[in-house]
Design a protein around this ligand. Structure first.
Ligand code: EPS
Length: 396
């Protein structure tokens, strides 16, 4: 099974990730990973830090002559901002002379993290709870994503709403998406189209409204969240389990998406909307098309009973507004226990586009592990031999 691990503080020297359990023979390059890192850094509404960082991965182990060799893959990303933080983040030596952060930001991990680890300096919490960590997560998951792509499974995403600026004409967007999905890279074509927009929105009118909203939010010293959609194409029937609660794929997708900083809601297919409708309106009737079993609709989002049903996987995730506000909320100074305004530390106003790219990445290991569970093997060649694509799709 594939596992990965990330380490590193936001303003420390570098971020490190280790991916373990990758089969051998998967072609991979730092250039391929760097493109995903670049995508994660884009989006209107990001703060000053993104003008400093230019994330590039250095692969330190597990890849030889451009292919995975089955051993753990170690990757490192330098924090270009770190020289300014050398004293504050010093690994050795005393804390003397370093300012202690004692005012927690509401909504951030600051207060709960400080209490959990008995800190008198919230800097220890800020550094690791920061969404900077997702740079390494994307690097690790991109290696896994490449494995899926080698079997024709492609992941893409786009943004549905930023605050109250939400796509209204869903039918028009769906028609555009259906056209994009015909590309050889399936759902990734949706990602490429969304990448052309500053907010990764497929509806250009809504994008303008959303950009205006982000600008106003920044001026007001506030922050704004949003909702994004992830699509996966080329997924065979039967990944996951209805037998074991912990192997149900919908549960596993929810876990990894909820693990992204600031994500507070996940929906599989039209989950919430379905709850407002009758069963006869929700469940996706079967039909035969060119000798293939398919559905008239996809309200289930490609998952029934915790198992992939061969339709496109559709996931939605909601990101709350970032909790660092330039116009801060009330807090308490834990040095004096006096009420004060919360601290402001450089941050983003809106990071929903970045979050959607992270969402694409984090679901890859869930899918890859379910794929390996069914078709497993130690090398790309061995797995390819076991995976007979035609038989695993919905043939009548
Ligand atoms: C973040 C605060 C900001 C963001 C950061 C996440 O960083 P800084 O405190 O250095 O200005 O830019 O995101 C990233 C650095 C990144 O690479 O995504 C936070 O508090 O979570």
């Amino acid at each position: 099974m594939i596992r990965y691990f990330t380490a590193g503080e936001s303003h420390g020297k570098s971020l490190v990730g280790i991916v373990e359990g990758m089969p051998s023979g998967i072609p991979i390059s730092s250039e391929y990973i760097n493109h995903q890192l670049w995508r994660r850094q884009q989006g209107f509404g990001r703060g000053g830090r993104m003008r400093i960082e230019s994330d590039k991965v250095e692969i330190l182990s597990g890849v030889r002559h451009g292919k995975t060799i089955g051993s753990p893959i170690t990757m490192m990303i330098q924090n270009l901002d770190s020289p300014k933080w050398r004293e504050v983040m010093s690994i050795e030596g005393s804390e003397k002379g370093t300012e202690k952060i004692t005012i927690p930001r509401p909504g951030h991990a600051d207060y709960a993290g400080m209490k959990k680890y008995s800190y008198d300096d919230i800097r220890n919490v800020i550094e690791r709870s920061s969404a900077r960590e997702t740079a390494t997560r994307v690097a690790c998951c991109t290696v896994v994503r490449k494995f899926l792509e080698d079997f024709g499974i492609f992941i893409g995403s786009h943004v549905l709403s930023i605050g109250s600026a939400a796509i209204k004409d869903r039918g028009r967007i769906d028609r555009a998406i259906m056209k994009y999905l015909k590309a050889s890279c399936g759902a990734y074509k949706v990602a490429e189209e969304a990448d052309k927009s500053d907010l990764r929105m497929l509806d250009r009118n809504m994008e303008s409204a959303a950009i205006a909203l982000v600008k106003k939010t920044r001026k007001d010293g506030d922050t704004v969240g949003g909702v994004f959609e992830i699509l996966v194409t080329g997924v065979p029937v039967g990944l996951g389990s209805y037998v074991h609660f912990d192997r149900k794929l919908d549960g596993q997708f929810a876990q990894v998406l909820m693990s992204i900083q600031a994500v507070k809601g996940v929906e599989i297919g039209n989950g919430f909307h379905n709850s407002l409708r009758l069963g006869s309106e929700v469940h996706d009737p079967f039909k035969l098309k060119n000798g293939r079993i398919t559905r008239k609709s996809n309200n289930a989002g490609g998952l029934e009973g915790g198992i992939t049903n061969g339709e496109i996987i559709v996931l939605h995730a909601a990101m709350k507004p970032i909790s660092t506000l330039a116009n801060p909320l009330k807090s308490i100074d834990f040095k004096t226990f006096k009420p004060v305004k919360s601290r402001y530390e450089r941050s983003d106003v809106c990071a929903v586009p970045a979050c959607s790219v992270i969402g694409e990445a984090v679901i890859a290991p869930v899918l890859a592990n379910a794929f390996l569970e069914k078709f497993g093997g130690d090398s790309l060649i061995e797995i390819a031999r076991r995976y007979k694509r035609q038989e695993t799709f919905n043939k009548a």
